[in-house]
Design a protein around this ligand. Structure first.
Ligand SMILES: O=C(O)C1=C[C@@H](OP(=O)(O)O)[C@@H](O)[C@H](O)C1
Ligand SMILES: C=C(OP(=O)(O)O)C(=O)O
Length: 422
């Protein structure tokens, strides 16, 4: 694999840029916006709530903010598609509005746990009905919210962000303490939009009663999308690949550490700051990988990169042990189970544990795997196809555009051989 691959904009940053821009005063220009299905679903929901969002060109949005209290309700359901981030953050934002709303999602999102947001939001005074903790969510507006101090039971940037967004509408202080620091885009962006907020790794605190001022946002390339190429170039002999302008927020780059522990050759060049975030060009060359006992402390920093890591581990020499990653079971699919099933179908030896897996590295044969409506599972097995002895057939790739529109074209341009199945 050779060349330079510019991956699309960061999904987490794109969701947040939209949400803050719509409730800011004035017009915000977002560049590098991810044209993925998840972030477009969020844009469509916000447009349904009465906000004018223009698309001057692909990857650009001009958002005409309506201020903290300018959103308008709709009787139509708000469809978050496949996006856990969209639904959970919107639940927080909508809890503070004067109108009722209904949040719905696709088959995968409809199975994902929502009590993690509805319970603490209820403690703030919100009224949200769910179907036994699952979507759809019926958010009852007009509820006075009060700030709370909340210790998150699991490390989740989505839960933290939902509570911070509700906290904008609450009286008093909202304070979040995390068991392990998670991505801090909401905190950084609130500060950039002019809302007073105190935050440090694992802690955030704000109070209601201020306003957000429009500003422009430059979205960095998504590390989670770069992850597939980091693994691909590491495992394909002779590879040298450059990935320019990738977001390197330390709460996202655990895979870099994990791959380096396994022997990968990845360097960061032109480290700089863009849009308030650290970014850099990643240069990855083939290297012989070996298995590792993954330090549990880096799990939250690479939570979306595990499907790609499973592929690296399956072709590394020796055994890789993953622990402390039970959250993988409540993503777009149960990512421990779906990766284990897919790797077994390709002839790998892998044992599932409740919070991880033990992967015995070796060769992969070809075969057929299911994506389980999960974009990251589909893309990870595309990487497996680069080194398997025979073709890998991935059933149902329809969700890849959730986070990575153009994945097939970009991948085939640097050495993949992805074809439509007959
Ligand atoms: O806040 C975010 O943008 C995200 C947080 C993570 O989820 P959790 O908060 O459930 O860990 C991550 O898996 C997801 O892809 C995006
Ligand atoms: C877990 C993910 O996203 P979300 O929770 O927003 O669906 C992901 O993109 O891997």
């Amino acid at each position: 694999m050779q060349g330079s691959v510019t991956v699309p904009g960061d999904k987490s940053v794109s969701h947040r840029a939209l949400m803050l821009a719509v409730i800011a005063e004035g017009t915000s220009h977002i560049r590098g916006f991810l044209e993925g299905e998840d972030t477009r679903a969020t844009a469509a929901v916000l447009a349904q709530l009465g906000v004018r969002i223009e698309t001057p060109s692909a990857g650009e949005r001009v958002v005409h903010g309506v201020g903290l209290h300018g959103l308008r309700g709709t009787t139509l359901p708000l469809d978050c598609g496949n996006a856990g981030t969209g639904m959970r953050l919107l639940a927080g934002l909508l809890a503070g509005q004067a109108f009722d709303s209904r949040l719905i999602g696709d088959a995968s999102l409809s199975k994902r746990p929502m009590r993690r947001v509805t319970d603490p939001l209820a403690r703030m005074g919100a009224r949200i009905d769910s179907r036994d903790g699952l979507p759809p969510l019926d958010v009852h507006g007009g509820q006075p919210l009060r700030g709370i101090r909340y210790e998150l039971p699991v490390a989740s940037a989505q839960v933290k962000s939902a509570l911070l967004l509700a906290g904008l509408y609450a009286t008093g202080e909202t304070e979040i303490i995390e068991p392990h620091p998670t991505r801090d885009y909401t905190e950084r962006m609130l500060a950039a939009f002019g809302w007073p907020i105190v935050f440090a790794p694992g802690h955030a605190k704000l109070e209601g009663g201020h306003l957000l001022r429009a500003r422009d946002v430059d979205v960095p390339a998504d590390f989670s999308s770069a992850a597939f190429f980091l693994v691909a170039a590491s495992i394909v002999p002779g590879s040298a690949l450059r990935l320019p302008g990738v977001g390197l927020n330390p709460r996202r780059t655990g895979l870099l550490q994990a791959l380096r522990l396994m022997g990968a050759d990845i360097t960061v060049e032109h480290e700089r700051e863009a849009g308030g975030e650290p970014v850099g060009d990643l240069v990855v060359r083939h290297a012989a990988l070996h298995g590792v006992e993954l330090p549990e402390s880096i799990v939250p920093d690479m939570i979306d990169e595990f499907p790609a890591l499973f592929i690296a581990a399956a072709v590394a020499s020796g055994r890789t042990v993953i622990r402390g990653a039970a959250e993988l079971r409540v993503k777009e699919s149960d990512r421990i189970a779906t990766m284990a099933a897919g790797l077994r179908a390709l002839g790998a030896r892998i044992e599932e544990t409740p919070d991880g897996a033990i992967i015995h590295g070796g060769r992969l044969a070809g075969g057929a795997v299911d994506s389980h409506l999960d974009h990251r599972i589909a893309m990870s097995f595309a990487v497996a196809g680069l080194v398997a002895d025979a073709a890998v057939r991935i059933n149902d790739c329809s969700h890849v555009a959730t986070s990575f529109p153009g994945f097939v074209t970009l991948s085939n341009g640097c050495g993949f051989d992805l074809r439509d199945a007959d």
